[in-house]
Design a binder for this molecule. Structure first.
Ligand SMILES: C[S@@+](CC[C@H](N)C(=O)[O-])C[C@H]1O[C@@H](n2cnc3c(N)ncnc32)[C@H](O)[C@@H]1O
Length: 260
């Protein structure tokens, strides 16, 4: 993230505007437009994920599960859980005595997720809740672990969302944020730019008949706080022992933090 982006983000927090990709928009407009993106892509979301990442998103998610420390009997929140990849894995780990909540603001994504999980026999210990990450409708100190995977970038007030996650996490619980981040190798950065600004919208057009949403994806990734900035935001929200892992050269990072 450049210095001017940091300054512009700080300014935006003081007024009623924010970013939707590279555009500056009213905060409420961002909420509406993010909702439009996910209503539009929901049906093709999974296939696009596999195509865009060459299947590597499955490895990033597997690593997230490995870092979660999830155990039988635990209560887990998969926030912005969308089509439920992480929820499905957690459901198997926590078992009959545990409980996974897949929460998402978007009912199209929730419906696709619920249908997919039920079709694969995942029922019983999973519940689906339509909720905004900024105002989680759960009691204080409720979850053993919260994951938020490729969602935080889309949230209008990220600091508020992080505080909300902190509130509902149990003392000793951990938050894992899986998100696109800043590549740490310069040549990779150039190839990645070419790929995301040229190829991604074309793939979106061909497969999901929606180039715009995938242009937004590329732009929103560039506007998202880099590794160190996000770690600072987590600490500001109260998380301790924060740490991040760069995955695929920093294209993606997994941030971890605890509530004590
Ligand atoms: C890119 S998808 C990620 C889905 C899934 N977690 C994954 O990793 O495949 C982002 C999800 O975040 C959800 N989302 C966006 N803003 C949100 C908010 N403020 N609160 C909760 N969910 C939100 C979207 O509806 C969408 O389902």
């Amino acid at each position: 993230m450049t210095e001017s982006t940091v300054q512009s983000n700080q300014l935006n927090q003081q007024d009623d505007t924010t970013h939707f990709g590279f555009e500056t928009v009213a905060k409420q407009e961002k909420v509406t437009r993010v909702a439009e993106v996910f209503h539009s892509v929901a049906a093709k979301y999974d296939i696009m994920n596999d195509l865009m990442s060459g299947g590597v998103h499955r490895l990033w998610k597997r690593f997230t599960i490995d870092c979660s420390g999830a155990r039988p009997g635990q209560r887990i929140l998969d926030l912005g859980g969308g089509t439920g990849d992480l929820t499905a894995k957690f459901s198997r780990i926590v078992g009959d005595k545990g409980h996974v909540i897949l929460a998402d603001i978007n009912n199209s994504m929730l419906n696709v997720g619920r249908d997919k999980l039920r079709d694969t026999g995942i029922v019983g210990n999973v519940h689906y809740v339509q909720a905004n990450a900024e105002e989680l409708p759960f009691p204080d100190n409720y979850f053993d672990c919260i994951t938020i995977s490729f969602c935080l970038r889309n949230v209008t007030d990220k600091d508020k969302a992080l505080r909300s996650m902190f509130r509902v996490l149990k003392p000793g619980g951990r938050l894992l944020v899986l998100e696109f981040s800043k590549p740490i190798v310069e040549p990779l950065s150039k190839v990645y730019d070419a790929y995301s600004f040229h190829l991604l919208p074309k793939m979106g057009e061909l497969v999901a008949n929606d180039a715009e949403s995938y242009r937004y994806l590329a732009e929103s990734i560039r506007m998202h706080p880099d590794q160190d900035t996000l770690e600072g935001m987590m600490q500001e929200a109260g998380f301790e022992q924060t740490k991040y892992y760069n995955l695929t050269g920093g294209i993606v990072a997994l941030h971890r933090g605890y509530k004590f």
